[in-house]
Structures are given as C-alpha cells and as structure tokens.
Write a protein that binds this ligand. Sequence first.
Ligand code: C5P
Length: 237
Amino acid sequence: RRTAAVIPAAGRGVRLGPGAPKALRALGGTPMLIHAVRAMARSRAVHLVVVVAPPDGAAEVRRLLDEHPLPDRTELLVVPGGDTRQESVAAGLAALPDDITCVLVHDAARPLVPVDTVDAVVEAVRDGAPAVVPALPLADTVKEVEPGKPGEPEPVVATPERARLRAVQTPQGFDLATLRRAHEAVAVSGEGATDDAGMVERLGTTVVVVPGHEEAFKVTRPLDLVLAEAVLARRRA
Ligand code: C5P
C-alpha cells in the first residue's frame, strides 16, 4: 500500500500580514513550505509528496524544492492550485498515480508537525479507518454566536461542553477512494468546507480522531510566526 501526502500551499496568507504567499515565507531562514514538505518526507510511510503551488507560482515553488532536496526514497510532484483550499486539494488528488491507496492532506501552514504524529495518522488509516484527524482538547471555552454587523456585540447562541470539543490539525489521513468520493460530492453540491474530514463526514462515513501535537499548530497570524521561530530555536539548541 503506497501513501502520498498532498500539501495545499496556494493560499495568500492575508491574515499573516502583507508579503509573499504564506507558504513561501521564511521560518528559521527556510520557507515554511520546505519545513512542511520535510515533515512529510521524514515519515518512512510517505512515498510521494504532491505540493499544490499558487497558480502563478509553480515555477518558483519547483525551484525552491530543487534547492532543498528530499531523501531519495521520496518522490515529488508540483501542481498548480485553485481559488479555494478545497480546489487546491482536489488538484493534488487529481495528480496522484494509480498505485496510491492512502493519502495525507497537510497544510503548508503547519510546518512543524512532528513525524510521530504523521506516522500515527498513517497507521490508523492502514488499520482500516477511512478518515483520521489529529486533534487536541481546547484550552479556551468556545461559544457559538449569531454573527452580527462588524463592530456590534454578537449574541451568544450556545456554549458546547468543552470536554467534548477538539481542535483539529493536519495531516488528515484518508483511504484515497473515500476522499475522492467526498470531493466529488462537495463539488456537485457546491458547498464549501474548511477541512477535508468535514467533507467525508457529509458522506455519512465515520471520521476518527487520534492525538495531535501542540507543535502542529497552524501559522496564521503574526504571533504564530514568533512561536514557530521559538519552537525551531528550541529544536536546534
Ligand atoms: O487559509 P488557510 O489557513 O485555511 O489555509 C490552509 C492551507 O490551505 C494553507 O497551506 C494554504 O496555502 C492552502 N490553500 C491553498 N489554496 C487556496 C487557499 C489555501 O492551497 N486557494
């Protein structure tokens, strides 16, 4: 059974502030995308990495990847992405060769995920789960609100019991046929989704959670860059 990792890296990263596409910004002097690709290639279970580049940035991404070679056992493909994360993932899935049966989808924006987390996700898929997400309990209490006009206070609708909530990370792992079906169904219905497992849930297929890792956090806002630099510095010490 061969496993591929699809890395959507076509986002602009506007919440991070002005500058290059998020995946190409440097962490510890190396682009975030390179960290993310290495994090996948570090797993001996991953045979192929597919990077989904900004539509106008595939050549630049290819050049970057050539400058940072992977272990010989890891194959690499670069494909252009789309306007939404979902379309970018679909472009990556479309590029997978026929001998792939298990696929990971990993955000370029989670450059520091440890290899043990990657391995745990692959193992759960190989053990028979059609969809697996790494996740952590929440520190904050979460409230559902009725979104109002910007600047106006928003009424609270509900407070879900915190102990039953999990914040999900990537890589999310799937039986490839299941994830392809989920993407086709969503493309037909026209509904959006912020994560791949959510699309599989809509098929009525069970998604399971395995323990995530605090270093698999998503680099979204400027403060996340400070944290990521600190994690890298601690690893290098
Ligand atoms: O915007 P968000 O943080 O949800 O993005 C998650 C991941 O999806 C990032 O790695 C980003 O580069 C990727 N993405 C993409 N194509 C888009 C939008 C986001 O590949 N059109």
